[in-house]
Design a protein around this ligand. Structure first.
Ligand code: CA
Ligand code: CA
Ligand code: CA
Ligand code: CA
Length: 331
């Protein structure tokens, strides 16, 4: 226990000094979040994406899963209660479109029956409606778990091939190994309350564990019994929406980011020429200064006009009394 606390403290110190992020829904099994239709995926924990493609529209909701059981994760786009499943990490049409649940449902993705295929579940408060096939129709099982406002995570915590739930309360995680109500099978304190957390099998041992995200730094842990970060690396930008999945079927989950296309360059306004007076002579009032005239000639015309009338330099345009108006301003 002493060692556990020491490690936890070390991790907290390690994480100190980074900007706190709001706990987010960025995790395997949950909605990806963010906006954009460009996906940059990485098969290793390096800084450079090796898969890049566009799919769907900028405002689509996105989830990750293995829809065909080939051990490769890919994307589904959600529009209302319609789901556009695609089995390859590339641009193109959906391989399957399914209507499920209601437009405002919270949706989770997981392999609820251990057949190697990820399917959907709908969450309404603390009720979870699990569906074992990518099809419409009634849920295969309904489970009450936790509290209606709990933050929930999805993962295979015990390596039996079945994804189950965990609830997060602050920095305390309650993991459940079966799709049922009741007490958690394991409880872990990890990171800090404000941390964004990800779920994935980072080391390919079949068990999902946690990672903490701070800006664009990721602290990956391979164990649900210790708060040690086994791997730390940086990826993408601080504001990126991040995806977790096994993109190449090597059994390890790695990261990707979702981005919107770069905005078109904003047209620069063309400089407008100084307004022409429109009159050969400017009025006596209000009092004008040299910058109010479009040119030295305009200023001179006005100056000459009032001098000829015997009123003198009414606008005080000829400060050195040489009969030339505004020569120092216009050069
Ligand atoms: Ca697949
Ligand atoms: Ca399944
Ligand atoms: Ca499991
Ligand atoms: Ca693992």
């Amino acid at each position: 226990m002493r060692r556990f606390l020491a490690v936890l403290t070390a991790l907290s110190i390690l994480l100190l000094g980074h900007a706190a992020l709001t706990p987010s829904a960025w995790a395997k099994g949950l909605e990806v979040g963010g906006r954009g239709n460009l996906y940059y995926l990485n098969d290793s924990f390096s800084g450079t994406a090796n898969i890049a493609f566009g799919y769907g529209a900028v405002g689509d909701r996105t989830y990750v899963g293995d829809w065909n059981g080939d051990s490769r994760d890919s994307l589904v786009l959600r529009r209302g209660n319609l789901y556009y499943f695609r089995n390859s990490l590339s641009s193109g049409n959906a391989d399957r479109v399914v209507g499920y649940g209601r437009t405002n449902d919270v949706v989770l993705v997981g392999d609820w029956n251990g057949d190697g295929v990820d399917t959907l579940a709908v969450r309404r408060g603390n009720l979870y409606f699990f569906k074992d096939s990518l099809s419409s129709g009634p849920a295969d099982r309904v489970v009450a778990y936790g509290r209606p406002n709990d933050v929930v995570l999805v993962g295979d915590w015990n390596g039996d091939g079945v994804d189950t739930l965990a609830v997060r309360r602050g920095n305390i995680y309650h993991f459940k190994d079966t799709l049922s109500g009741g007490a958690a099978d394991r409880v872990l304190a990890y990171g800090r309350t404000a941390d964004a957390v990800l779920v994935g099998d980072w080391n390919g041992d079949g068990r999902d564990t946690l990672a903490v995200r701070r800006a664009n730094a990721y602290y990956l842990s391979d164990s649900l019994t210790s708060a040690t970060a086994n791997r730390v690396f940086t990826y993408g930008r601080a504001g990126d929406a991040v995806l977790v999945g096994d993109w190449n079927a090597d059994g390890r989950d790695t990261l990707g980011v979702r981005r919107a296309p770069a905005p078109a360059p904003v047209p620069q306004p063309t400089p407008t020429p100084p307004p022409s007076t429109g009159y050969p002579v400017r009025p006596r009032t209000p009092d004008l200064d040299c910058p109010d005239f479009a040119s030295r000639a305009d200023a001179q015309t006005t100056f000459n006009h009032y001098v000829r009338l015997g009123l003198g330099d009414v606008h005080r345009l000829d400060g050195d009394n040489d009969g030339i108006a505004c020569e120092s301003h216009f050069g």
